[in-house]
Write a protein that binds this ligand. Structure first.
Ligand code: GUE
Length: 296
């Protein structure tokens, strides 16, 4: 059996078309376009690529955007002040602080300072807590994108066994909550400390992997017919190409693809969907502003 590719690039383009027509409709009514602000600290190559991809996506759908690039030496308190300033700026609808941040800055403190209704990455404790509420606010971009991708390919989720490998605050934790509380999957959460990981991954109907460990999941670790979502995207240095690196997911694609019913490629899978979700959240933040924080 050969798997159906969960084509994040294609689906993200479809979502962008939908967003663009909503932006055009806003503009036709003389309303302003949604405005995203992105903060990038330092000059890490991968972070620059990801932020640039986000800015390019804003341009494609007609959003306004502001990119703020600070040196690695910026203090935590100065960064907090910048966030407060953007929080207070009526013109800006959404704010993201690209991670990772330098060691002297607490990522959780900084991201949690973003006003919940401008938190289009869905990283604040407020929006994380709201996953289990009837009014979920803004969902974290990567998990939101993964659910959207699975749904557009009509992958059955309800009642199925979803095994999440990875327990990070940005992906694994919210992803497993969304699968359990919104989508009614049966969820098992594994991570780097799990004893006998294969024991669990073999039982997965849906396997989502976000560990940052290249090719962690091999063919013998999955059952026939599994749907596989690979969140990993590691740059491995090489002299074989101009860029100087190749991208590797957390899944051995060649092996696992033979047994899976569905699988995401890397690149072209989860990455573009994260960006599409960021755009969806920014549109939502711009059009529903005050209600996101008041409804319980
Ligand atoms: N505040 C914050 N929000 C994030 O959403 C966030 C973050 N910090 N820090 C890092 C991770 C990673 N991430 C990616 C986004 C797009 C691609 C993406 O566009 N990937 C392309 C390839 C890009 C390439 O060539 O390197 C693809 O998979 O096809 C990848 C990874 C967002 N993250």
């Amino acid at each position: 059996m050969s798997a159906t590719i969960l084509d994040g690039r294609k689906v993200s383009r479809e979502i962008e078309e939908e967003i663009k027509s909503e932006v055009d409709a806003l503009k036709a009514k003389n309303k302003k376009a949604p405005h995203l602000a992105a903060i990038l600290v330092g000059d890490d190559g991968a972070s620059q690529t990801y932020v640039n991809n986000k800015i390019k996506a804003c341009k494609r759908v007609g959003f306004e955007y502001t990119l703020l690039n600070f040196p690695t030496t910026i203090s935590e308190s100065k960064l907090m002040t910048e966030i407060e300033r953007i929080n207070a700026d009526e013109d800006i609808d959404g704010l993201i602080v690209q991670l990772p941040l330098p060691d002297h800055i607490s990522a959780s403190k900084v991201t949690d300072r973003i006003l919940p209704h401008k938190d289009v990455d869905g990283f604040t404790n407020e929006n994380y807590g709201r996953i289990t509420s009837k009014h979920p606010g803004l969902l974290p971009a990567t998990p939101f994108g993964i659910v959207e991708l699975l749904k557009r390919y009509k992958v059955d989720i309800k009642g199925k066994h979803c095994v999440m490998v990875g327990n990070s605050r940005t992906v694994g934790a919210p992803m497993s909550s969304i699968m359990a509380y919104h989508e009614n999957a049966t969820v098992t959460v594994c991570h780097i400390h799990t004893v006998d990981l294969a024991h669990y991954t073999k039982q997965a109907d849906i396997l989502i992997v976000a560990t940052g460990k290249p090719a962690l999941i091999t063919g013998d670790m999955v059952k026939e017919g599994v749907a596989v979502v690979d969140v990993g995207i590691t740059r491995i240095p090489t002299e074989d190409n101009e860029r100087g690196y190749i991208l590797s997911g957390d899944v051995n694609f060649e092996e696992v693809e033979k047994k899976a019913s569905f699988i995401t490629p890397v690149p072209g899978g989860v990455g573009p969907m994260t960006i599409a979700s960021l755009l969806m959240n920014t549109l939502k933040a711009a059009t529903t502003k005050s209600t996101i924080t008041t409804e319980i």
